[in-house]
Design a binder for this molecule. Sequence first.
Ligand code: BGC
Length: 293
Amino acid sequence: MTDAQQAQDKPTQPAEFDAGRVPKIAYNPVLVGQPALVTGANSGIGEAVALGLAQAGADVAVNYVTHPETAEEVAHKIEGFGRKAIVLKADVSKEDEVDAMYAAAIKEFGTLHISVSNAGLQQDSPLTSMTLQQWNTVIGVNLTGQFLCQRAAAREFLRRGVVKGVSLAAGKMICMSSVHQQIPWAGHVNYASSKGGILMMMQSMAQELAPHFVRVNAIGPGAIRTPINKPAWSTPDAYADLMTLVPYKRIGEPDDIAQAAVWLASDSADYVTGVTLFVDGGMTLYPGFATGG
Ligand code: BGC
């Protein structure tokens, strides 16, 4: 099909989900010998990232906090790709649990080269009824949790340094952010604040760690088909509403994020540090201005 034909086939109006537009791209073995730890890896984006890294050659530590059976399933899939997997329970907002988890992964694999702080949650509420607990829980998991995980990773990366022949970098960190590090979100003040915090945390870590050859980046997913936002895509009306916010007119798939994570973790991205890679179908392009302003 020519590009012109394909462009013609793309819906110009909000449309229902079209399975034919979901990419199915194979992974190249660019992460062999580079063990990874992924938090929140038993569902949604974390699961896809863990499977993507494994398909690219990494052994993977699969973190979860609830539903161990789903973490085991992800581990079995990783083993199906011929890679090692270890399942590790930890609440990322708890310092002792995070430190014990990184120590266990390092013991199992010998070291770590890739750390993906992905675990996150939403506890939505209008501002005036948002409780301190809702605020603290979301900041605790989404922001403090990423700090604790990447601090533990940094300690290992700096201890070990660059391993010639494995990667040009001493370690790669990927923080899972969101379009809401940039797009304000009424009714989600705690969540948007946590993601805004990730931007500065990620860039400050990147600045501090670059002289040690550690690369630190973030991914900013838009609307991705995962359990966290099921109400936004699971009915035709909700999907049509969602598409008014997505210029590229399809929902993102978890594998769209996994592909970005593998690239950021690989030496193909060796000169990339301190950036947020938005993977959002154009959600950050102020789609309301397409026809006005
Ligand atoms: C949120 C989703 C939302 C998406 C786009 C994500 O960070 O977790 O619930 O659909 O941003 O608004």
